[in-house]
Design a protein around this ligand. Sequence first.
Ligand SMILES: CC(C)(COP(=O)(O)OP(=O)(O)OC[C@H]1O[C@@H](n2cnc3c(N)ncnc32)[C@H](O)[C@@H]1OP(=O)(O)O)[C@@H](O)C(=O)NCCC(=O)NCCS
Length: 221
Amino acid sequence: MDFRVRSYRDEDRLQVRRICFDTGYMGESVSWYWKDLNSFADIFVSYYTDHEPESLFVVVDDDDLVYGYLTGCVTTTKGSDPLRAGLRVALGGLGIIRPSIATTIWRSISDGLGDVLIRRVPAIRPFEDPRWPSHLHIDLLEPARGKGMGKKLMETWFERLSQLGSSGCFLETLVENKGAIDFFESVGFRKFGEVQPVPGIRTPQGDRLHRQIMVRDIARS
Ligand SMILES: CC(C)(COP(=O)(O)OP(=O)(O)OC[C@H]1O[C@@H](n2cnc3c(N)ncnc32)[C@H](O)[C@@H]1OP(=O)(O)O)[C@@H](O)C(=O)NCCC(=O)NCCS
C-alpha cells in the first residue's frame, strides 16, 4: 500500500474524528475508558477541522482513504482549548452523568484535586510560552506507521510555520509513550519542563500516566 500526505478537505472530517478515537490512547483505541466517539473527537479535533483546517494535513492511501493526520494550530493562545472543550462535554453535554464517559470524568476531577491538595503538585494547565506559540497533534493508523509518513507530515507542518513566521512549536505527549518521544526527538523536538501526572487517564492496570511537553524552534524561511 502506498501513502502520501495532502491537505485536509471537508469530506475527511468523519475519518479524522474516527482516527482520533481509534488512536487516542498512545496509538490504540480509547474505547476501553471513553465509550463515545463524538464527545472525544469534539474535545480533541473539532477545533482543527472546524476552525483551522488549513493547518490540518492527512495521510491517504491510493484510494484516498485517510490513515492519519497532523492537526496544527499556529497561535495556540487564539486557538484550541481542550480544557474548555472538556468542560463543555462534562457539564453542557451532561458527561458527568453519562455512563459511557462519566467514570473517566469523575476520576479526572478526583485525580486533579488529589494531586493539588494532597500530593501538592502544581495543577496541570494548558502550556503557554511565547517562544513556541504553535502546537500540533499527530496520529497514524497502524498500517501507515513506520513508513516515513509521520516525518513527512512534520516537514509539511514545519514548512507552513516557517512561511507564517512562527518562532516555534510545542506538543504534549505521555512519558509512557516512548516510541512517540523517540519519533519527536528524531524530527527535532526536545523535552521541556517538569513531568506532571495527568488526571483521569490511567493505564489498563490503573497506573497513573504523565505529561511531557516537547518543543522545537522554527527557522523563518
Ligand atoms: C508516532 C508516529 C506519529 C510516528 O510516525 P511514523 O510514520 O510511524 O514515523 P516515521 O516512519 O516517519 O519515522 C520517522 C523517524 O522516527 C523514528 N520512529 C518512529 N516511530 C518510532 C518508534 N515507535 N520508536 C522509535 N523510533 C521511532 C523512526 O525510526 C524514524 O527515524 P529515522 O528518520 O532516523 O529513520 C506514529 O507511529 C503514530 O501515529 N503512532 C501512534 C499514535 C501516537 O503515539 N501519536 C503521538 C501521540 S502524542
